[in-house]
Ligand binder design. Sequence first.
Ligand code: ADP
Ligand code: MG
Length: 309
Amino acid sequence: MNEFGLIREYFNWPIKDPSVTLGVGDDAALLSLEKGDQVVTTIDTLVEGVHFSASTPAKDIAHKSLAVNLSDIAAMGAKAKYFTLAITLPKINKSWLQEFSDSLRQLSGQYEVSLVGGDTTRGPLNITITLIGIVESSKALTRSGARPGDGIYVSGTIGDAGFCLWKLSNGLIPSNQELKRLNCPIPRVELGLVLKNLASACIDVSDGLEQDLSHILKASSVGAIIEVEKIPISEALLDHIKDSNDWSIPLCGGDDYELCFTIPEGKEEALKIVSESCNVNITRIGIVSESLGLQIEGFDGPRKSYQHF
Ligand code: ADP
Ligand code: MG
């Protein structure tokens, strides 16, 4: 099997979206967009040994590669539409490719995003997905709109993926649920779309709550006060925190792919409806302040956020 056979076999399934005028197979894809929409685009790379281990199943690698990008588009309040896949493979392994392809096709079908092109090369395993979305012009949810007095909220629970990673690196066996949080994050796609009309700022929590919330604060030229006791935490992680008196996992563990956002006062009722309609827990963890910096009440122990370099 050569490169072209590989693309045909694993990455060229039928596309239903009529706005894909030309997909996989030509020199580039042609996408027909509606007037009044803005294009939103994001890219993420997953590298073996950095973002996943050699033992991670192909289906999980495929899932996560697309899910992390869906999470970014959700955090912009936009609708994901198309993606391209640059894949570097050490060799052609048909069963691995089939599992990867099936998983990618499944998730892309679930969120109605179309694979419209890519690049296939040989080398150390590496997956890069570029995701393209749309949003009504000037409606996108950015990091820069938080104002003093806004409430700070997060979806779901925070720290589960970090806890899973901590267990793995300490020779402990994570539960299946914890492994799922690390390897198969569920992007908050529906939530992002409705928050567009409600939130003042939003980010997805990929590098740790403390660091990601700080990005909102910096972009918005504001500060914040949060309370660690208010951060929504799963039971197992809470037990670990009680034993160790260490909040660094929910504060700095990455890979949660929950949304962290700010909501102007008076919109709490609307937010409750959003939580019910999207079937996701939403928790208030603090408030935006005028004085700069992030004040964390309840924990001042050592911690370190993830940095690539
Ligand atoms: P070119 O040499 O013009 O870059 P390629 O041979 O790389 O073309 O790719 C041929 C076609 O297959 C292009 O339409 C490209 O977008 C698509 N393609 C290549 N690799 C992938 C992939 N991994 N997934 C989806 N489409 C791919
Ligand atoms: Mg190419």
